[in-house]
Design a protein around this ligand. Structure first.
Ligand code: GLV
Ligand code: GLV
Length: 319
């Protein structure tokens, strides 16, 4: 009997077909709703491999019942949605999709930074709503990006790719990371500073840190208070690193200028959420790595990892 690969979304058949002789694929076919937990649990009891999304919570209890599972392949670089300890204790390999999405995610990060600084979404809405009556000097005037200071929190692959883009804009680049990265400092001309100094100095504070116990709520009222009144906060990592109530307060009361957010504590964020009522917020539905090319490469990497593990080989990108 062929090993069973459970996929929590429709995998494009042109990608899975190369593997169909060896494996049986079973997909959750609904595009609009995620697989219900009970349904997922049932499939995990018999599956040999799982391909899952950031939006699937693969917790201890699900893993406990997954008697045949050998690999969990996350279609994402972040893996805070998976209980790594539980997987490890059962000998289940977890893989993610680093590298293939680095440049695409940094493109989105920079697009979001520019859109927030220069108020692109507000401007687009303004014109579509027929409000453009006259040209005027400060109409929708935003903040400059070029030659300002960017503070990158998390100097991993995506942080470095953000730094390369910032170089092109002539920006001064400071960063904070758990450990100093002297190679990056030489290569990219970035300066290591404490978290406190970064918040003090940066015109753009960009979160690229993974979500862990240490980073949970690190952007809270203390952090926002330390930022400039003109600061723009950008988050392309995980919503959990932000205290959203504190962010809302900071944006409403002018503690900081604006925020560009691709990620939220609860996803999907609801339409009536206070963050979405603020004119100085640009909000995106977690699309950091969402280019057609990169999503295809992420699927391929997941399939590659699954095939390796089911063949008894080492996967390319274990976490
Ligand atoms: C998406 O958020 C990812 O971690 O790849
Ligand atoms: C993700 O790949 C990161 O290291 O930033």
């Amino acid at each position: 009997k062929k090993p069973l690969v459970y996929v929590t979304r429709n995998i494009p058949t042109e990608l899975s077909k190369a593997y169909e002789e060896k494996f049986t694929f079973f997909c959750w076919e609904e595009e609009e709703t995620p697989v219900p937990r009970e349904e997922l649990r049932k499939h995990l009891q018999i599956a040999d491999a799982l391909i899952c999304m950031v939006s699937d919570s693969i917790d201890k209890l699900l893993i406990k019942d997954a008697d045949h599972l050998k690999i969990i392949a996350n279609l994402a670089v972040g893996y805070d949605n998976i209980c790594i300890e539980a997987a490890k204790s059962r000998g289940i390999i977890v893989t993610n999709t680093p590298d293939v999405l680095t440049e695409t995610t940094a493109d989105l990060g920079f697009a979001l930074l520019l859109a927030t600084a220069r108020r692109l979404i507000e401007a687009n809405n303004f014109i579509r709503q027929g409000e453009w009556k006259e040209w005027s000097p400060y109409l929708l005037a935003g903040a400059d990006v070029h030659h300002k200071t960017i503070g990158i929190v998390g100097m991993g692959r995506i942080g470095k790719a953000m730094a390369r883009r910032a170089q092109g804009f002539g920006m001064n680049i400071v960063y904070h990371n758990r450990s100093r990265d002297e190679a990056a400092e030489k290569e990219l001309g970035v300066t290591y500073v404490s978290f406190h100094d970064l918040l003090n100095q940066a015109d753009f504070v960009v979160s690229v840190v993974p979500f862990t116990h240490e980073t949970k709520d690190m952007f809270n009222s203390h952090a926002f208070q330390m930022m400039k009144e003109t600061a723009v906060f950008i988050n392309i990592s995980r919503g959990g690193v932000v205290n959203e109530a504190d962010l809302i307060h900071a944006l409403q009361s002018g503690v900081i200028q604006a925020a560009g957010l691709d990620v939220f504590k609860e996803e999907p964020i609801q339409k009536n959420h206070p963050l979405l009522q603020l004119p100085n917020v640009v909000a995106l539905p977690h699309i950091g790595s969402a280019s057609v090319e990169t999503r295809t490469n992420m699927w391929k990497l997941c399939l590659d990892n699954v095939a390796a593990v089911l063949n008894g080989e080492s996967p390319k990108t274990p976490v």
